[in-house]
Design a protein. Structure first.
Length: 185
């Protein structure tokens, strides 16, 4: 099973993000960018990769410790690229208010996962929604898309749950399915 933990977007926040992505797509034109499907927009907290189904109970147990944390408000705002504007590979929308709380949530989850024996990427967490992956030759389109990204607040949302997701790959793209959910207090 290809698994990751995420914070899903409520419908209103997803619609606002999708609208912003549409404006960015128009600005990018026919540049070689691979755009995230609207229904798959989420904040990834921890990517686990391929794991056996037998690991699900331990993953649920680690996630259950997050239920003691309080829900919080998050504002979708800002945009950027990874790793740099000169070499964009990922185009993203960001988090303003609530970003530090989301970072702390990701840190607590990662610490729990590592303590339970799971291996994770070592890159520091940066709260973002991946909206496009930049293919070779797509740098100028990514720059145009970034220039068309909305300024200021896109949407407000309540972060009140963490989901363990399965990414099911097919020739038609990935489909994300909720495997388990933990509610924040």
């Amino acid at each position: 099973m290809r698994l990751f933990f995420s914070v899903p977007l409520p419908d209103e926040a997803r619609a606002a993000a999708a609208s912003a992505v549409q404006a960015m797509k128009r600005a990018a034109g026919d540049s070689p960018l691979s755009w995230t499907k609207d229904e798959q927009l989420h904040f990834t907290l921890a990517f686990l990769g391929e794991l056996p189904e037998s690991d699900l109970p331990r993953l649920r147990e680690v996630a259950s410790t997050l239920s003691r944390l309080r829900a919080f408000e998050l504002i979708l705002s800002g945009a950027g690229v990874f790793p740099s504007p000169r070499k964009p590979r990922v185009l993203w929308l960001g988090a303003g208010q609530g970003g530090p709380e989301l970072t702390e949530l990701a840190k607590l989850l990662a610490d729990g996962l590592r303590s339970a024996g799971f291996e994770l990427e070592e890159r520091p967490f940066h709260p973002h929604l991946t909206v496009a992956r930049v293919k070779p030759g797509g740098e100028r389109g990514a720059s145009r898309a970034l220039g068309a990204s909305p300024q200021g607040e896109l949407a407000r949302m309540r972060v009140n749950r963490v989901c363990l997701m399965q990414s099911q790959l097919s020739p038609h793209g990935a489909k994300h399915v909720v495997v388990a959910e933990t509610r924040l207090g």
